[in-house]
Each structure stands twice: as C-alpha cells, then as structure tokens.
Design a protein around this ligand. Sequence first.
Ligand code: NAI
Length: 385
Amino acid sequence: MTKLKWGMIGGGEGSQIGPAHRLGAGLDGAFDFAAGALDHRPEEGRAYGQRLGLAADRAYGDWREMLEEERNRDDRVDLVTVATPNATHFEITKSFLNAGFHVLCEKPMTMTVEEGEEIVKIAKAQGKICAVNYGYSGYSLVRHMKAMVARGDLGKIRLVKAEFAHGHHADAADADNPRVRWRYDPVQAGVSAQFADCGIHALHMASFVIGQELERLSADTVSCIESRVLEDDAMVNMRFDGGTIGRLWTSSVAIGRQHGLTLQVFGEKGGLRWSQEQPNQLYWMPLGERLQVIERGEANLSPEADRTSRVTIGHAEGMPLAFANIYSDLAEAIRAEKTGRPIDPAADLYPRAEDGLRSMAAVFAVAESGATDGAWVDARPPMFR
Ligand code: NAI
C-alpha cells in the first residue's frame, strides 16, 4: 500500500515535543511528512517546514490556511498531529475533524470537560479517528504489562501506584521566570497545573495497564512554592471501576527526579514495577517466587510487546520509539479503514478522544477535591456516568 500522508501543526523549531513526533511518525516508513503549519510566527513556520523537506506550497504559515488548502487537495494529508500549546487544541482539533481529517492531538486534549465531550461526539459523528498522545503507553513493556494483566498473570488487581514527579520547577528563585510562571497561573493554565500537565500521563498509564476506568478520587493539592496559585504537587487516592485502588503522586518540586514516570501494579498473584527512565526492563515478582527481570526484545513476550519492539534485545529503546508505536497503531487503523478490513487487535491500543475526555474530568475532579480538603468526588465525565 502507498504511504500515508502526515501533517503537523505546532512543533516548530526549538519546540519541546515536535522532534519526537517527527521521529515517531517517520520511523516505520508508513507516513510521509507532507504538510505543516509549524509555528505561531508564519514566516518562521514556512521556512522551517521547507528546511524539513516540505514542498513550498505545503509549508503553511497558519493552521487555518493549511485546513483550507488541504481539504481541497486530492492528495490531502491522512493524519494531522496537533502539537501546539494546550489552549489551542480544542479549536484546531475540532476544525480538522469537522473537515474529515483523522487527528492525533497532544495532551491535554481540551481545557474543559464540555469541550472534551464535544470532541468525542464530533469524532464519532464524522467517523474519524481522534487519538490523544499519551505516548508513553506506546512503550513495548507497558504494552506487555497490559497484556500480563489481561491474561490474568497477576490475578485480580488490588493496587496500582503511579508517579510522575520531577524537580524542574523546584527553584523558588526562578518561580517568576515567565516560562515557568504561566503554568501556575489559572488565567493561562486553567484549573490545574501539575496534575493537568503530568498527572494525567500517570493516570492514563494506570488505567491503560489495568484495563479499568477511574470512578472517583480524593486529592491533596499543594503549592510548595507559595507564590503559585495552582498546585505544584498532588497526591491523589483513586477508585477504579473494576475495584482496584489507585495511588498517584505528581510533583514538579521533587529535586533530583528527572522525568519521573513510574508504574507499579499489585495483584493477588504478583507485582510489576516499571520506570520510564529504564524502559527496557520490567520487574516481575510472582507471589512466593524470586524477582524476575523481563527484558524488552525477549522472544514471545506477548503479541502486543513483540509488535512494538524494534531493536534487538540489549540495545536501549526510548521515548521517540514509544511515540512511533502510537503512529504505527494509527497507520494500521487508517489502512484498515481505507481497505475495509479488520484492525490487528495487537495494534488497536492507541489512546482515544474518550481517554482525553476522561483525563479532563479527572483534572476538574482533582481541583474540586483539592479545594475541599480532599473530599471524595466523582471523576467520570457526565456523558459516561
Ligand atoms: P513549545 O512551547 O515548546 O512549542 C510549541 C510550538 O507550537 C512552537 O513551535 C510554537 O511556535 C507552535 N505554535 C504555537 N501556537 C501555534 C499555532 N497557533 N499554530 C501553529 N503553531 C503554533 O510546547 P511543547 O512543550 O512542545 O508542547 C506542545 C504540546 O505538547 C502541549 O500541549 C504539551 O502539553 C504537549 N506535550 C506533550 C508531551 C507528551 O509526552 N505527550 C511532552 C511535552 C509536551
């Protein structure tokens, strides 16, 4: 089958997440980078797009221009990635879905629960994919954890413990730096800072691996740096719909922690431990036996892990390859749709708009609970209650 065509909005020169998307989308040769509106400054966006190899007439200065031009082309892009700042996600994603494009939107998908519900409804009505980039769910051993839980290796899951705690905003002397300050300002960031930025990754990963949805939560949110209005640290207790108890810690003042995303899952028959900074090893402790180290790239782990492992065992795989696994899922889904064949179940794991919506409901629940001394609150979006 011919290559699919891919377009990108945001992710301009010097952006944090743009390069990981371009590496991920390009890895398997499934997508050709064909169009982009990469920067909020039109001329910089056009010039950078052309330096990356885009044709001059598809290196756009503005996403609206890209939408109008691409929708009228016979060779329009098959998938659009939205990697702009958070407050723009809703309008751009909605516009491209309404014009019949598949979209991969960065997290958080929207700024409100209502916007999230609207995106879910539009994607469904248009019959288009709206994926959300919980890219860390693309790691091979995260997929393997999910497979182990699903096939019952751990028995019933009692507890899940997720962390996303780093120390990059811990310097009180730097708290007024404009690049840091906006993140804790409700006018620009919304109702939550650290949970909305990082906590939702940990929550999605917990939910993805145990195969359960969050029902309710109780949150302790604090601003360790007093000048901040929004939280820089949160501890969240959770209950999932399959009966599992969840604990989640997220922080931006944990000095010495780098990226800090980890997951532990404890069932009746064993426990799993995985850390994103050593993603090629998964620690598995079956009840009453010795600790085992499962290596990424071992033969016959699970179809989900085998499919997403690219490099021979012993060589490190990292974050852009996890993103590549999301793109490979999306390529499979788009090709299955184009040819009317069923999708490979081992690839049908990309995070959906519904996940983006559930995250928004959790963000608002954390803010509400944090403001009421940790009262337990319903964390489900109204449309899923
Ligand atoms: P950034 O500030 O480093 O880069 C944003 C880019 O978007 C810049 O190139 C800017 O010129 C461009 N841009 C802004 N407005 C635009 C517009 N209207 N049209 C076209 N381009 C526009 O931001 P960063 O850190 O790359 O974050 C972008 C998004 O990715 C955020 O929503 C963030 O939450 C998310 N993110 C996700 C991660 C993940 O692991 N899934 C990790 C880091 C960020």
